[in-house]
Design a binder for this molecule. Structure first.
Ligand code: SF4
Ligand code: SF4
Ligand code: FES
Length: 348
């Protein structure tokens, strides 16, 4: 089937969603996502962050769709034409949706474990939601202990349902879910039951915000102070392929390996995630390449840096402020007083 998104046409298989087609094209046409997760079945359609404008329904029925559509649950039709980054209507709606997601959200980023790798931070930043217009009282919840390894901060939850889908599809029995509806909807275990099974830690990885946090890592470090390494071990329960987040030679956190859309490649077991915080337990493959622009990229290099020779006077490199500027302005000559000063220093 042929689909055109922002002027780029590609062939995709029947049943492909508009979002997946956009991901195949890549670049700015890819809509942001908060609830869709390609590794989980039937996941999406909850957050409305991925809205697109369908300007031509299909070859057979070329009428435009009257309303914006969530791209993650809209199947491509042959001849469909979609506007994503080129639709002011869709961009406005996405901005409004992210503002809406933030109305009850706390300003927790300075103390939130997700900061630095948070999809909501990225979304708000990308949509320029820098101010709130919300004056009403925000709904608040006490942090809830929902198991031996996971802490729930319901205040930060965006009700994306990813953790619910994951528990349904990966664990033998789901003991948590969304209870209440509308303004009362919240993630909780129904009868204060603990979430405790071999794969429950993956809920932390799929949560796009800091609502589900790793108790073994909470408040240990800001994520950008850790260096991520790909590592593996011989695990009888899962593939054992993980990312180790290290501070010096200390393993501070173990997570699944995430792809360019921040989705884990393979789910890992709780034993790998929570019980192997010793570097010797792992075969370390090497530093991890960062796929997504993020604060985590800062100061992380995966290749040895080339030595750069700067062809400038040694004295300039010593770093007087006025001299530093001259490095990029070699055409400006020293004045007589400066030349005299340089001569004196050299003679000393
Ligand atoms: S979930 Fe994201 S936006 Fe919310 S407090 Fe944590 S880092 Fe900030
Ligand atoms: S706890 Fe996280 S994964 Fe679960 S619904 Fe809330 S935001 Fe989504
Ligand atoms: S990502 Fe499509 S509705 Fe949430």
């Amino acid at each position: 089937m042929k689909v055109t998104i922002d002027g780029h046409t590609i062939d995709v298989e029947a049943g492909t969603t508009v979002l997946e087609a956009a991901r195949a094209i890549g670049g700015p046409s890819v809509p942001p996502t908060m609830c869709y997760y390609s590794k989980l079945k039937d996941c999406g359609g909850k957050c409305r962050c991925c809205l697109v404008e369908i300007s031509k329904g299909s070859e057979r029925d070329p009428r435009p769709m009257p309303k914006l559509q969530p791209s993650c649950v809209t199947a491509v039709q042959d001849g469909m034409e979609v506007k994503s980054a080129t639709s002011p209507k869709a961009l406005d709606a996405r901005r409004a949706v992210s503002e809406f997601l933030l109305i009850n959200h706390p300003l927790d980023c300075p103390v939130c474990d997700q900061a630095g790798e948070c999809d909501l931070q990225n979304l708000a930043y990308g949509n320029k939601n820098f101010k709130t217009r919300y004056k009403e009282e925000r709904r608040t919840f006490e942090p809830e202990d929902i198991g031996p390894y996971i802490q729930l901060h319901m205040n930060r939850c965006v009700l994306c349902y990813r953790c619910v889908k994951l528990a349904d599809q990966l664990t033998p029995e789901r003991v948590h879910g969304v209870i209440g509806r509308g303004d009362h909807a919240q993630i909780s275990t129904y009868i204060s039951k603990a979430i405790d099974n071999d794969f429950s830690g993956n809920m932390i990885d799929v949560c796009p915000v800091g609502a589900l946090t790793d108790k073994t890592f909470r408040f240990e470090s800001r994520v950008w102070f850790n260096k991520p390494y790909n590592a593996h071990r011989d695990c009888p329960t899962c593939s054992g392929k993980v990312t180790l987040w290290m501070f010096g030679d200390k393993v501070q956190r173990v997570t699944g390996r995430k792809d360019v859309y921040h989705e884990v490649d393979e789910f890992i077991c709780n034993d790998c995630r929570f019980h192997h915080k010793n570097a010797e337990d792992w075969v370390i493959e090497g530093p991890r390449k960062f796929e997504k622009p993020s604060v985590l990229n800062i100061n992380n290099y995966i290749r040895p840096l080339k030595k750069v020779h700067i062809d400038a006077d040694e004295l300039i490199l010593e770093g007087r402020e006025q001299d530093e500027k001259k490095i990029s302005m070699p055409a400006i000559p020293y004045d007589a007083v400066e030349l005299e000063a340089i001569k004196e220093v050299k003679e000393e």
